[in-house]
Design a protein around this ligand. Structure first.
Ligand code: GLV
Ligand code: MN
Ligand code: MN
Length: 407
């Protein structure tokens, strides 16, 4: 089946009829439908599917039973952020399947198995911890810790997995780390670019050099609920004000240090129009070029927030929900992949976005990423886009890469 056909088949799954964006939260109906679609694609290609106990899937192409591991793994994720784009995740999965088809068309027989992976909850959109599937798979997070995670409705992770049936999937063989570690030689994730680097360079494909360190922090601001009409302005202890100043301070500190800081999620209690709130909980996503820069920015923002809390007579606590260190991808592997006989090498560029590739790299697996140009750079939004011609160029680049690695 062609790339275009797979893309068309997957396009309606979880798409909002109002915004056109995607809601594929892990272990919910749309994401499960996408996972079922993937299993069907594996069956159609005679890929041997394995599933671990949290629902990470791998479809292995073994051209011959004698071709055993360790193999080359490629793939991405099928979950989305809330109201996300079509490309972040699915592009890597569909491209991996299309690359296998292309290699078969070329008559290429790999000397090692090639696996197509789908990791669960890459975005952390439901349980708050980004790359949860690959973290659990590699032991970067333990199941004991993950057991405590709940979604916004209070549903525990394992209950959500059980309700979706991922821990008792039929017709899949179970695989767990370190078994998979022994089966994997290297990992390559193809992804839509989430910035404008390739557009500015005028090239359709790039290779990743590194991922910026990244943290997610929960800020709890507490105050005193009171009447919006009768409480004099000077008598208030309003956590919304402390939060508002903190969001402005985060933006300013990020600008000053050339980093990123975003408050994209806020929960207000009791959330009434005519009451001073009792509590504001806000989540900050922060990223910087180095861990020191990230920590320094967090310290500045926390200090400014604390000073404002004192003036407002409000309370403040800050908790890190997840922190990821810098990822430096294997340089030799990146250069090998970037090289194109008879043409200029693909550029090797950094990214500020998190990926399962970062987790596998930290787990000691030689890892690389291919990026496909995004004309506007917009991502985590319904407007995320890549031209079909660039997607097909990405498939070719991935097929070339798999040929180099599985020869
Ligand atoms: C995932 O895409 C992230 O960078 O948050
Ligand atoms: Mn994403
Ligand atoms: Mn992604």
């Amino acid at each position: 089946m062609s790339f275009e056909q797979m893309w068309r088949d997957l396009a309606p799954v979880g798409r909002s009829s109002t915004s056109g964006g995607y809601f594929r939260q892990p272990f919910e109906t749309a994401e499960r439908e996408a996972a079922a679609w993937f299993l069907e694609q594996c069956r159609a290609r005679d890929l041997e599917v394995s599933c671990d106990e949290v629902g990470n899937l791998v479809g292995w192409w073994r051209p011959d039973p004698d071709v055993t591991g360790p193999g080359v793994l490629t793939g991405s994720h099928l979950d989305s952020v809330l109201d996300g784009g079509a490309y972040d995740g699915p592009l890597g999965v569909v491209s991996a399947l299309a690359a296998i088809d292309l290699l078969r068309e070329r008559g290429f027989t790999p000397a090692k198995p090639i696996g197509v992976s789908v990791f669960v909850e890459e975005e952390g959109s439901r349980f708050g911890l980004a790359c949860l599937g690959s973290r659990l798979l590699t032991g970067a997070t333990t199941l004991d810790r993950a057991k405590e995670l709940r979604d916004r409705d209070g549903v525990f992770l394992l209950d959500a997995m059980d309700a979706a049936g991922v821990r008792s999937s039929p017709d899949v063989t179970s695989v767990a780390w370190p078994d998979l570690r022994e089966q994997v030689d290297c990992f390559v994730e193809l992804h839509v670019e989430q910035g404008r680097d390739l557009v500015d360079r005028g090239v359709p494909v790039g290779v990743a050099s590194m991922i910026w360190p990244h943290g997610r922090y929960r800020f709890d601001f507490t105050g005193e609920a009171n009447h919006a009409g009768t409480t004099r302005m000077e008598d208030r202890h309003d956590p919304m004000l402390t939060y508002a100043m903190t969001a402005l301070a985060a933006n300013k500190q990020a600008r000053l240090s050339g980093s990123r800081a975003t408050f994209g999620r806020v929960d207000v209690q009791p959330n009434g129009t005519n009451a001073v709130p009792s509590r504001v909980t806000a989540w900050m996503d922060a990223r910087a070029e180095s861990s020191q820069a990230l920590e320094a920015m967090l310290a500045d923002i926390t200090r400014l927030a604390g000073e404002r809390a004192e003036r407002d007579g409000t309370g403040l606590t800050v908790n890190a929900e997840s922190v990821s260190a810098v990822v430096d991808f294997d340089r030799d592997l990146a250069e090998r992949i970037a090289a194109q006989p008879g043409a200029a090498a693909w550029p090797i560029i950094p990214t500020m976005a998190g990926h399962d590739a970062g987790i596998l790299s930290q787990a000691g697996i030689p890892t690389a990423m291919l990026f496909v140009r995004n004309p506007t750079g917009v991502s985590h939004s319904p407007d995320e886009f890549a031209e079909m011609a660039d997607c097909l160029r990405g498939v070719e680049a991935l097929a070339d890469t798999l040929e180099k690695l599985a020869r």
